[in-house]
Design a protein around this ligand. Structure first.
Ligand SMILES: [Zn+2]
Length: 128
């Protein structure tokens, strides 16, 4: 699961610009999609407006503002202290799993080789 962030907007932020430009984000994304497809896995891009950092992954409360320099924060509702990135990663995982379970944006399943059913057929039981 990846977060579909606006690279152009992020590059305007001076402290982020260098890191992101060097990372060649779009190249990374295409490689990730290529590899995922190769291994029959799915890349889910979570909407860029999803508040991954500001959402408490413990109780679901939304923090009002969270400047980028704030690396750890405590939820005003449940009192849980979060590492900014770990909390965001937990929220993205949950969002991605929701997309995958609900079937939104899921590609059609690959056929099993030879067009056979994936479930084993039961052999008739022999009576003794
Ligand atoms: Zn909370």
């Amino acid at each position: 699961m990846i977060e579909d962030l606006t690279v152009r907007t992020m590059v305007r932020n001076r402290s982020l610009a260098r890191a992101i430009s060097y990372a060649a984000w779009s190249d990374f994304r295409s490689m990730l999609e290529y590899k995922a497809d190769w291994y029959g896995r799915q890349v889910i891009a979570v909407d860029r407006f999803f508040p991954s950092a500001k959402l408490c992954s413990h109780c679901g409360a939304l923090a009002e503002a969270l400047p980028l320099k704030v690396r750890t924060w405590t939820c005003g509702s449940c009192g849980m202290t979060h590492d900014r990135d770990v909390n965001a990663a937990n929220n993205l995982l949950a969002a991605g799993l929701a997309v995958s379970v609900c079937g939104a944006g899921v590609r059609p399943q690959r056929r099993t080789p030879g067009g056979q059913s994936a479930t084993k057929q039961k052999a008739p039981r022999r009576e003794l």
